[in-house]
Write a protein that binds this ligand. Structure first.
Ligand SMILES: [Fe+2]
Length: 520
C-alpha cells in the first residue's frame, strides 16, 4: 500500500458524498507545519489559622446551568502528603462577581470544607444571570485568598445562542509530559472544556519527563495524593480557571481497562473497595453537580446539560456499568465474542436514558461526551481493540439506529482514550461505510500521554491503514494536544491542535486539521 500525499488524500475525503450531512471537509490544512453546608448571608464561623497557603490546587468550575454553576476548591497546603490540613471542618467563604477585581459582588456565602471529603468544597451557586460570564474566588479567614477563576452560565433552554466554543481534552499522564497543551488551551476563546477521561494515571512511578508521587494508589489517601500531584500543575490550574468544565472518567482513574467490578487479579470485594476510593477521590477533586457520595463505589456521573437551543450534552459513563471486554481483552484478531448481544458498554439503564434523551432532545445538536472510540476501526471486522465500542457491536448498532431516526438531530460524539486525533463519520450500518451518515466522531488526542510512536506498535503502518479506511477523515496518533470545536445554528467545526513538545512547559502550537459539517 502506498502512502498518498496528505493534500491529495484529504481532497479525496472532501469529495465524499454523504447522504444525510454535507461533509465540507478539510479546510486550512497545516499538517506540515450546592454549597455543602453553609447558609448565604449568614456570617461564616471563624477559621483556624493556617501556616501555609491552602489553595495550592487552584480553583475550578463545572456543570454550568442557565442560572448556576458548581465552584470548586480543595484546601491542601501539602497536596501530595495527605493535604496538611487540621482534622476539623474549616469554613470557606466564596464570592462571585462580574468584575475581575470583585467590585460588586453578585453572590457570596460560605461552605464547610470537610475532612471526610479531603477539605474539598463544592458550591452549587444558583440565582445567576443566564448566558453571563463571572469571576469567583474563595477565602479562608482574613489570611488566605484563592486564585481567581472565570466561569459562565449557559443560555436558557428556549434561547438561541449564536455559538458555543468547546475544547475537548483527555489523557494527561503526568509521567509522560508537561501540560504545554493546557498552557495554550488556557489562552483559547472558549466557553467550555469537556474532559473525556484519564484525568490521572494510576500506575508507574518514574517517567520519561516527570515522576509520580509514589506507587499505584491502593486506598483513598493514595488517590487523594495522586490528584494532589496532578492538580498542582500550574498549566492545568490555568485551564480550569479559564472557563467551566464538564467531565467524564475513563479507566485510569481506577485501573487500566477495568470493567464494572472486573479488575484482573483483584477479588470483587477488593475491586469494590478500590473503586470506592478512586471514585470518592474523583468526586473530591472535580466540580461535579452530584451529591457527596454515601456509597462512592456506585457513583452516577452520567448526566445531561443543555446550552440553550443549540447543544444538548449527553455525558456518558462507559466504565462503571460495562460487561467485561470480549476476546479476553486481547487487542488483535477478532474472536467473534465482539458480536455477542449481551455485551454492553452502558448497561441497560444508562442506555435507555441516552436513547430517551436523544429522542426527546429539541436542540440543534446532540453532543455525546464519552470515553472510548465509537466508530468502527476494526478493519473490516478482522482486528479488534475489545475495549472500544468495536467490542460492543450490537449495542453500538442499536445506538446508530437511534441516531438515524427521524427527529434525532445532528449527533456529534466526542471521545478521548487512544491518544490519537481522529475525525470519523458514523454510519447507519457501523461497518458499511457507504451507508447513510448518521453522525460524526471527533477523537481528541492526549494532552500528554504517549501515543503509538512511543509504543511498540507499528505506528506508520497503523496510520496508513486507518487513513485509507473510508469512514476515517483524519487519523494522527503521533501528536499531543486538544480539539477546539465550534457549534453554531448552521454548522459544526472542529480544529485539531497539537503542541511541538511535552518535554517542556513551553511549546509551539499548530493547527493540524479542520473539519466542518453542516446541520440537517
Ligand atoms: Fe489514556
Amino acid at each position: 500500500m502506498t502512502d498518498k500525499p496528505e493534500a491529495e488524500r484529504l481532497d479525496d475525503r472532501s469529495s465524499l458524498t454523504l447522504s444525510r450531512r454535507e461533509f465540507v471537509g478539510f479546510i486550512g490544512a497545516t499538517l506540515a507545519a450546592s454549597a455543602c453546608g453553609g447558609l448565604e448571608q449568614e456570617q461564616a464561623p471563624s477559621a483556624p489559622l493556617l501556616a501555609a497557603n491552602p489553595f495550592s490546587l487552584g480553583v475550578a468550575s463545572g456543570d454550568p446551568l442557565s442560572t448556576g454553576v458548581v465552584l470548586w476548591t480543595r484546601l491542601a497546603p501539602e497536596p501530595i502528603a495527605g493535604g496538611g490540613m487540621p482534622d476539623e471542618p474549616v469554613p470557606v467563604i466564596w464570592e462571585v462577581s462580574r468584575q475581575p477585581d470583585f467590585y460588586g459582588i453578585e453572590a457570596y456565602g460560605w461552605a464547610w470544607a470537610d475532612p471526610d471529603f479531603a477539605h474539598s468544597v463544592h458550591v452549587d451557586v444558583d440565582g445567576l444571570e443566564p448566558d453571563t460570564w463571572y469571576y469567583y474566588r474563595f477565602r479562608v479567614g482574613a489570611q488566605w485568598t484563592s486564585p481567581t477563576g472565570r466561569t459562565r452560565t449557559f443560555p436558557r433552554p428556549g434561547e438561541s445562542p449564536v455559538r458555543l466554543r468547546l475544547a475537548t481534552a483527555s489523557c494527561q499522564n503526568w509521567r509522560h509530559g508537561y501540560y504545554s497543551a493546557y498552557r495554550h488551551l488556557a489562552a483559547e476563546e472558549i466557553d467550555l472544556v469537556a474532559f473525556l477521561g484519564d484525568y490521572i494515571y494510576e500506575s508507574g512511578v518514574q517517567g520519561p519527563v516527570r515522576d509520580h508521587d509514589g506507587p499505584r494508589p491502593k486506598d483513598l489517601d493514595g488517590f487523594r495524593n495522586r490528584y494532589g500531584l496532578y492538580k498542582s500543575d500550574p498549566d492545568l490550574q490555568a485551564a480550569h480557571a479559564r472557563c467551566p468544565w464538564i467531565f467524564t472518567w475513563d479507566d485510569h482513574e481506577v485501573k487500566n481497562n477495568y470493567a464494572d467490578l472486573d479488575i484482573p487479579g483483584v477479588s470483587v470485594d477488593e475491586a469494590k473497595a478500590l473503586r470506592a476510593a478512586a471514585y470518592q477521590a474523583y468526586y473530591e477533586h472535580m466540580p461535579l453537580r452530584i451529591p457527596a457520595p454515601d456509597e462512592p463505589a456506585d457513583m452516577q456521573i452520567y448526566r445531561r446539560l443543555q446550552f440553550g437551543d443549540l447543544v444538548n450534552f449527553h455525558v456518558l459513563d462507559g466504565r462503571q456499568y460495562r460487561t467485561d471486554q470480549p476476546c479476553n481483552d486481547d487487542a488483535g484478531l477478532a474472536c467473534g465474542e465482539e458480536k455477542d448481544e449481551a455485551n454492553t458498554m452502558l448497561g441497560a439503564e444508562q442506555r435507555a436514558w441516552l436513547e430517551g434523551g436523544l429522542r426527546a432532545s429539541k436542540t440543534t445538536w446532540n453532543a455525546i461526551v464519552q470515553q472510548t472510540v465509537f466508530a468502527s476501526l476494526n478493519l473490516g471486522g478482522g482486528v479488534l481493540n475489545p475495549d472500544q465500542w468495536d467490542g460492543y457491536m450490537v449495542e453500538r448498532q442499536r445506538l446508530l439506529s437511534v441516531f438515524a431516526e427521524e427527529g434525532v438531530r445532528n449527533v456529534v460524539v466526542h471521545t478521548g482514550d487512544i491518544h490519537a486525533a481522529i475525525f470519523a463519520t458514523l454510519h447507519r450500518d457501523a461497518n458499511d461505510f457507504d451507508s447513510e451518515v448518521v453522525g460524526v466522531e471527533c477523537v481528541t488526542t492526549s494532552i500528554s500521554s504517549n501515543g503509538l510512536s512511543e509504543s511498540r506498535m507499528p505506528s506508520d503502518l497503523i496510520r496508513r491503514v486507518m487513513n485509507n479506511q473510508k469512514n476515517i477523515g483524519y487519523f494522527d496518533p503521533d501528536r499531543r494536544g486538544y480539539c477546539v470545536c465550534e457549534y453554531t445554528p448552521e454548522k459544526f467545526t472542529v480544529e485539531y491542535k497539537s503542541v511541538s513538545t511535552v518535554e517542556s512547559r513551553e511549546a509551539e502550537l499548530s493547527v493540524d486539521g479542520v473539519f466542518e459539517i453542516k446541520r440537517d
